[in-house]
Design a protein around this ligand. Sequence first.
Ligand code: RUQ
Ligand code: CUA
Ligand code: CA
Length: 635
Amino acid sequence: MKDKQPKSNTEVLEQGGLSRRNFLGASAVTGVALVGATALGSSLMTRESWAAAVKDAQQKIHVAPGELDEYYGFWSGGHQGEVRVIGVPSMRELMRIPVFNVDSATGWGITNESRHIMGESAKFLNGDCHHPHISMTDGKYDGKYLFINDKANSRVARIRLDIMKCDKMLTVPNVQAIHGLRLQKVPHTKYVFANAEFVIPHPNDGSSFDLQAENAYTMFNVIDAETMEMAFQVIVSGNLDNTDADYTGRFAAATCYNSEKAYDLGGMMRNERDWVVVFDIPAIEKAIKAGKFSTIGDSKVPVVDGREGSELTRYIPVPKNPHGCNTSSDGKYFIANGKLSPTVTMIEIAKLPDLFAGKITDPRGVVAAEVEVGLGPLHTTFDGRGNAYTTLFIDSQVVKWNMADAVRAYNGEKVNYIKQKLDVQYQPGHIHASLTETSEADGKWLVALCKFSKDRFLQVGPLHPENDQLIDISGEEMKLVHDGPTYAEPHDCILARRDQIKTKKIWDRNDPFFAPTVEMAKKDGINLTADNKVIRDGKKVRVYMTSMAPAYGITEFTVKQGDEVTVVITNIDEIEDVTHGFVMTNHGVGMEISPQQTSSVTFVADKPGLHWYYCSWFCHALHMEMVGRMLVEPA
Ligand code: RUQ
Ligand code: CUA
Ligand code: CA
């Protein structure tokens, strides 16, 4: 059998002639690749220049022990359902925030507090998150919230960045598959914009399979960011893919790949052009205020009709099946990424008021340029210096191009707007430069998220890791400086400066995260930080206890078989990081209780006998001894 594992550095170097694959395979092993496309292109780097490039890359991403990263990165966990917090440039994973999944370490999806936040949808054990975005004030991250979509179960969740926990979750009504998600940037994130991807019949009562019918449509969904309730919905022609908002606060735009309202591949590719739909947000608000809306079924959410011909929207034709939709950080353009077309379309935002006012009659009149960038453009990001970076799925490259030059070239001038094409390894999807969604895009780091890893890492069976790459864009040339495997499937990520995120080190006793539990305790006359008490309420038993390393406030309690038991624990430790856990063996429950936090979990005591409970977070030299017993008397 041939050994298919990647070769070590030295082995590859020893071979002298560095083929592209071996060369890249080698860099995967060190976790460091080097390289501008130019260097790769020549493929004849000397051992010395290669070693120098490796050293340079290592220095750039090296964050010494005890030192902190410059940026917080938030990675979507894709169909794994969580959000991961990554330090950049070290690419060290700092934390995982469970959202649309169940997490046994923290008890997310298990505790009453988390299930209360998840609401009805707590019954779902899966999710598929794509797009993490941080709330903004005046076009800059305010570090308050991070929002993320769940395509699988049509949800939008909010994470409070001070505690890095999900605190709100909304199932968007009347639609299927929330995909594209972005935030209003200016004057602040009042709204979350969320695209429902799939066209469905209305009412969707099982009487129709027909997508061409007048009553088959999807909607653009606008959520109040503070209350996390629906603000309004906008019916669109075609379907919706990705979205973004502008820097004036007036417009949001979305790509549509299924203007055909087709149900299969061939049908969805029939039209030569699909479109970008632009929403006039204040005009929609005005229409709703004036009562010009309807509702669907039992839903109270105002719905306006924004289909072609509406005063509230404009449809701008772009080459077929566009994908990413990105607002340039200078605020000038909505950029639609061609996917099937080798182009990106630059829509000039300053011309949109005239398009809405009817002074521009041909919607194509707002197109500043259709820029040829390479094969399979999916997403674009910006460095704040006038350059855009687009992932080319088919070419497996990141292309750096200059926006002003691209417009000049489109208008017939002889100018080369393509600045560089950098090979990334395998098909890239999303791409994200530091602070790129804000007016403060700082052009330092670029993350390319690749959809395959193939032979770049030690093999781990038929399911391969994905592949995240960190690219230094601070200079003239893009340089790949780090390459790391990652679990399924970071669709997208976002980078914020570390000073923009302010976290709490210890829970505040008044935190709304566990307010419903505090409310329940109040009704039971319990002082959560002091009392250790068992309260019986018919077949319901509530066990209130404190925890302080290394002991629970109650080490034994008795219930009857069939009782519904709620264990409420308040961690009265005040020392940072002394987190306790609670696991009732053989009952499927476990949870985190961090300092000054109250957590609770409910289960049925259905097995007579003695059942140990124990602390699951290592909290003390006597952590193993932090235990207790529940006695279940037979019914
Ligand atoms: S969009 S497939 Cu982020 Cu490329 Cu979800
Ligand atoms: Cu408390 Cu371990
Ligand atoms: Ca199409």
